[in-house]
Design a protein around this ligand. Structure first.
Ligand code: NAI
Length: 354
């Protein structure tokens, strides 16, 4: 892409824009260390003209990671990038990046980074919490006790998770922490499906590599920890749920849309699956009359797995530090399209060094 040194760029300022708030204000504190960086806060309530004016001169965009928190025309896709000739980097606020079209960014010579790892502990603890609560049927007994008197304790007999098989879809930062927790705390056998890892990665991360089908067929718990991409949308569909062991428990703390909600409802209602723990939804927040929320063996949370005090601060620190590296011309640690790095270097030099 030919560089256009617009007025906004010609003063040498490195312009980063974001909507309304960072995951934690520490991002701004960190970016303030570099006086050549100019951070501009945008409001969704601004006129589009005002926001587009800022985007047209921006070099960096700290973008919200959740689809339902950003109007679609501010997603980083090809139409958006066509209006941002100086954009060098799109930085996701979290580990997910479903508001970003990675291929479109690569085609435009724009690097994409995320903050994977910053909230891994929070999400893994949440997924494990759902597994334990569902195995002990805590949600069901809680609902019963609030609605009715008396209880036949054997009606809600639970199961231990010790020694059972865990199936992980996506063995990245969160998946590997799940493998570590479940393997070491409960002696669980851990199977994982991740087409982007080498055999040695599985060994190092405490899991046995298995095909998607084998994970489903052998796991007592299936937990999803892959990103939402064109490849993973509806990955867990009626066929996949059909392959799961009768009585198995399904957990998704990754992204809505990776599982087909109607197919999951059918698998739970028929009794094929015994329970599900869901932090993520096709539309967020889901409506109160969502069919899955009518089932007592579904434990729900509103995309809060990664939202802890510690993880917000860590993710926001990662974001600030990583943007400082990028705007010093150095290669960032969490680059999602590394093949674009040489193009970025050329574009960066043309804007700030030539
Ligand atoms: P990560 O990037 O460290 O790991 C993702 C793993 O998924 C990688 O190992 C990758 O190879 C694998 N993967 C990619 N495509 C796959 C496919 N088709 N099938 C199986 N595996 C595939 O990311 P991290 O930090 O582990 O986060 C995982 C996901 O969790 C994020 O993409 C995000 O969507 C979600 N998340 C949800 C949060 C919440 O609050 N509920 C908070 C943080 C992350």
């Amino acid at each position: 892409m030919p560089e256009t040194k617009t007025d906004a760029a010609s003063d040498g300022a490195k312009r980063i824009v974001y909507f309304e708030k960072f995951a934690d204000p520490v991002t701004g504190t960190i970016l303030a260390r570099d006086p050549s960086i100019n951070v501009q806060r945008l409001e969704l309530s601004n006129s589009d003209a005002e926001n587009w004016q800022a985007f047209s001169g921006a070099h960096g965009y700290q973008i919200r990671a959740a689809r339902d928190e950003l109007p679609v025309h501010f997603f980083a896709n090809s139409e958006f990038l066509a209006r941002c000739p100086n954009m060098l980097v799109v930085s996701s606020m979290g580990a997910g990046f479903d508001t970003v079209d990675l291929d479109a960014c690569s085609a435009a010579g724009v690097i994409v980074v995320n903050q994977a790892g910053g909230n891994a502990e929070a999400v893994a603890e949440h997924a494990l919490g759902l597994m334990l609560a569902l195995s002990k049927r805590v949600g069901e007994t809680d609902q019963f006790m609030r609605a009715q008197d008396g209880i036949a304790r054997n009606t809600y007999m639970g199961r231990n998770i010790q020694g059972k098989t865990l199936g992980i879809i996506g063995l990245g930062h969160i998946g590997r922490r799940m493998a570590e927790l479940c393997g070491s705390l409960f002696g669980m056998r851990v199977l994982a499906y991740d087409p982007y890892l080498e055999d040695s990665d599985f060994v190092e991360r405490g899991a046995v590599s298995a095909s998607f089908e084998d994970v489903l067929a052998n796991a007592d718990f299936v937990t999803v920890h892959c990103p939402r991409t064109a490849e993973t949308i509806n990955l867990l569909d009626a066929r996949a749920f059909g392959l799961m062991k009768p009585g198995a428990i399904f957990i998704n703390t990754a992204r809505g849309g990776i599982h087909d909600e109607a197919a999951l409802f059918a698998a739970l209602q028929s009794g094929h699956l015994s329970a599900a723990g869901l932090d993520v939804w096709a539309v967020e927040p889901p409506p109160r009359d969502h069919p899955l929320l009518s089932l007592s063996n579904v434990l729900a949370s509103p995309h809060t797995a990664g939202v802890t005090h510690e993880s917000r601060h860590q993710v926001a620190s990662y974001a600030g530090e990583q943007l400082l590296e990028i705007f010093a011309g150095r290669r960032p640690p969490r680059l999602l399209n590394p093949e674009i790095w040489p193009v970025f270097q050329q574009r960066y030099r043309a804007l700030f060094e030539d």
